[in-house]
Design a protein around this ligand. Structure first.
Ligand code: IPM
Ligand code: MG
Length: 403
């Protein structure tokens, strides 16, 4: 059969895409083991402000982080560094999702606290470059996107493990407009990529005695890629006989998160990239809004912590950036603390976020001048962390909700 020039061009493109993915699998196979922060002399934390409300809320999170790490910073065990330049203006200037010099700086850090960055789409005033988040996840091989959601009064304690380097995202900027009529995107799932995220989810369930892992796919329709993901779940589950597991389709899962009879039975959930993107926004909304959720992007060498929401340019345009809720970034900072081994500080910060945001609510964030501003809220959280009665208070509130 003779192919048209357009088909031949698309086939050649597909060939290159395939080669890249085969190479990526080889890299996964030879990747070094998990970094041990205990043996690192100086842990370097990079802070990227990002765009829109990003610089505002990340600055507040940084203030909290630096306060809780004051001793380590003073002794040189931890360094917090600013990484400038991850703005949409700079990215557009070099037409890259992450400018080379910024990427080089990022690679000198161990962990990164990242403010939201603008992700252009077709038709936006910005050129349609790849998302900085997605690029960072790929460049630093941050394969696990871990997103906890808790609603104590409903008995909800969810942890989502979203695959972060594959699925529809891996080649999201490498689809083909074959001609004016036909566009094709690619979705990729690998054995290695699925195994590592699924294993992490099962490990987490085992370590925290969560009892159950739910695997979310659409394997009845998306048979090759989601089918592979589900097959890997079946394989990995054999190594965790004490952890029960079940599988759900993404559509019914979005419904069941809202079902009060079912919602609290979900514990640890693991899923391909795009389903995780959608499901975690829904879950965050159930918790109180996307502004309340933080996200850990974890790889074996690097890790990056961020809010789960975007850069809210409208708030900046309307002069309201200082009223943006910093909770999501402070939550990200708490996850960062946990990741580098500061578990006590991390737990206290999480408790303080619960007390301030869900229970006591002494300051209300409305996103406008009739509510508190981000700086005051961050100070409220920090004062709450330092309250010697915090744990008692937090337990009391939790019990109160159960009663
Ligand atoms: C998220 C965000 C990103 C994503 C965007 C900004 C590219 O929605 O972290 O969930 O889709 O992963
Ligand atoms: Mg998202």
């Amino acid at each position: 059969m003779a192919f048209s020039d357009k088909t031949l061009a698309a086939m050649e493109h597909f060939g290159k895409v395939l080669e890249q993915q085969l190479e990526r699998v080889e890299m996964m196979k030879s990747a070094a083991d998990w970094i041990d922060y205990g043996s690192v002399d100086r842990i370097i934390i990079g802070v990227c402000g990002g765009d829109g409300i990003g610089p505002f809320i990340s600055e507040h999170a940084r203030t909290v982080l630096e306060d809780l790490l004051a001793d380590e910073i003073a002794s040189g065990k931890v360094e917090v560094r600013t990484i400038d330049g991850l703005t949409i203006e700079n990215r557009v200037k070099v037409m890259k999702p992450i400018p080379d010099d910024v990427l080089e700086e990022l690679k000198k850090c161990h962990v990164v606290l990242k403010g939201p960055t603008t992700t252009p789409k077709k038709g936006d005033p910005w050129p349609n470059i790849e998302s900085a988040n997605v690029a960072m996840r790929k460049h630093l091989d941050l394969f696990a996107n871990v997103r906890p959601v808790k609603i104590p009064e409903q008995g909800i304690d969810w942890v989502f493990f979203r695959e972060n380097t594959e699925g529809s995202y891996a080649l999201g900027s490498q689809g083909v407009d074959v001609n004016d009529d036909v566009a094709i995107d690619f979705c990729v799932t690998t054995k290695q990529g699925s195994e590592r995220i699924i294993r992490l989810a099962f490990d987490y369930a085992r370590r925290n005695a969560m009892g159950k892992v739910s695997v979310v796919t659409k394997a009845n329709v998306v048979k090759a890629t989601d089918g592979k993901f589900l097959d890997m779940a079946e394989e990995v589950a054999k190594d965790y006989p004490e952890v029960k597991w079940d599988d759900w389709f993404i559509d019914i899962m979005t419904a069941k998160l809202l079902d009060p009879y079912r919602a609290k039975d979900f514990k640890v959930m693991v899923m391909p990239n795009l389903y995780g993107d959608i499901l975690t926004d829904e879950a965050a909304q159930i918790q109180g809004g996307v502004g309340t959720a933080g996200s850990a992007n974890i790889g074996k060498r690097y890790a990056m912590f961020e809010a789960i929401h975007g850069s809210a340019p409208r708030m900046v345009d309307e002069g309201r950036a200082q009223y943006a809720d910093p909770s999501s970034m402070i939550k990200a900072a708490a996850m960062l603390l946990n990741h580098i081994g500061k578990t006590v500080e991390s737990q206290r910060l999480e408790m303080a976020l619960d007390v301030c945001g869900q229970f006591e609510k002494r300051l209300a964030m409305t996103g406008r001048s009739d509510g508190a501003d981000g700086a005051a809220y961050a100070q409220y959280v920090l004062d709450t962390v330092k309250d010697p009665g915090l744990e008692e208070k937090w337990k009391g509130y939790k019990e109160g909700f159960k009663a």
